[in-house]
Design a protein around this ligand. Structure first.
Ligand code: UDP
Ligand code: MG
Length: 332
């Protein structure tokens, strides 16, 4: 009992907010002021320690985002900037931020730059951490701020994910707290096919869920293009589960049974001497088999492609510049 007590008695943590930014020039300044104020308030309320920061990750923005971020960080040392060499995508951007932040922080919260996720939920995140959680998942209450298309695709996607054996948590995007311990564990995972919201629940660790409201985007438009969304959706399935491959196996087995039945029918007809010319049957059967074969090859190909990328062991992101200043002065 004493040991458990000792483990759950935690010191007030240094918090880093990791904020991925891709072409967010319309919103970063507002975001910085909102997040800066929130940090100041949490610090005054003694929920976080001095030295807590906002760490922006510039994911190869093509607009003025980086310039603006440098300006923000120059004015106030509570803001730091990790600038990636190119656009590596949301998942790699937050990984870059978390892996950089874990060197200085006790807890890291990843949050989008568009202020859609309610920042007031941070208090509950921190409360869960103080009670002993290593990971806290932010789960959105509802989806009324999303358009019909996003809502429908998201719902169908979570259903499909669970059917295909993924561990993803419904309606949890990447608004999440992780302790240094959990981040150190995450650093041991080297997969290029990164789907954090599915991967992190598989690590274990005491965790909890905090519900929050999603607002409309503060400014600008969604940076998740259709193709980025499709890539994430596919990564989510292929990185978490091989059930699609098993389904192919099952399908192959069914086709095998079907072909035996067809052989028997064909032979019986032949013996009876009534082998009518069956153009339609032949056409349908070969189309079905051809279609299933191509689909199966496609699914296998998707995994083979992923294996190919994994075997290269390429870095998942490259940091171009880092602006980070100690609270008492020196620039690093
Ligand atoms: N983002 C990123 N790299 C990308 C695409 C998006 O870092 O290639 C960031 C983006 O700046 C934002 C977050 O990921 O902070 C979530 O993107 P967005 O709000 O556009 O997605 P949505 O909320 O529409 O799903
Ligand atoms: Mg958004």
């Amino acid at each position: 009992m004493e040991r458990i007590m000792a483990e759950t008695m935690r010191e007030i943590p240094i918090l880093y907010l990791v904020v991925p930014c891709y072409n967010e020039e319309e919103v970063v300044e507002k975001t910085a002021s909102v997040m800066g104020e929130k940090l100041a308030r949490l610090e005054r309320e003694e929920k976080i320690a001095k030295g807590s920061k906002v760490m922006f990750v510039n994911d190869g923005s093509k607009d003025k985002t980086l310039q603006l971020l440098h300006g923000i960080a120059a004015d106030d040392r509570r803001f730091s900037v990790v600038s990636l060499a190119g656009n590596y995508g949301h998942q790699s951007a937050i990984l870059a931020g978390m892996m950089t932040a874990r060197k200085h922080a006790d807890v890291v919260v990843t949050i989008d730059a568009d202020l859609q996720q309610d920042i007031e939920a941070l208090d509950s995140f921190l409360a869960c951490y103080m009670e002993g959680c290593e990971v806290v998942y932010g789960v959105r209450n509802d989806r009324h701020s999303d358009g019909f298309f996003k809502k429908a695709t998201a719902t169908a996607y979570y259903k499909l994910m669970h059917m295909l054996g993924s561990t993803v948590m419904t309606n949890h995007a990447d608004y999440r707290l992780m302790s240094k311990k959990a981040l150190d564990a995450l650093s041991e995972y080297h997969e290029a096919n990164l789907f954090l919201r599915g991967l992190i629940p598989t690590m274990g660790f005491p965790s909890d869920v905090v519900y929050f409201d999603v607002k409309a985007r503060e400014a600008g438009h969604s940076k998740y293009t259709f193709s980025k969304m499709m890539t994430l959706a596919l990564d989510g399935i292929t990185s978490m589960s091989v059930r699609p491959l098993r389904l192919i196996g099952g399908l192959g087995f069914l086709m095998f049974l079907f072909s035996i039945v067809m052989c028997v029918i064909g032979l019986v007809d032949w013996v009876r001497g009534n082998n009518v010319p069956g153009y339609t049957t032949t056409l349908i059967v070969s189309l079905i088999i051809g279609g299933i074969t191509l689909l199966s090859l496609g699914i296998i190909g998707e995994y083979v492609g992923k294996i190919y990328m994994e075997t290269k062991h390429r870095p998942r992101y490259i940091i171009d510049t880092l602006v980070w200043r100690e609270d008492d002065g020196e620039e690093r």
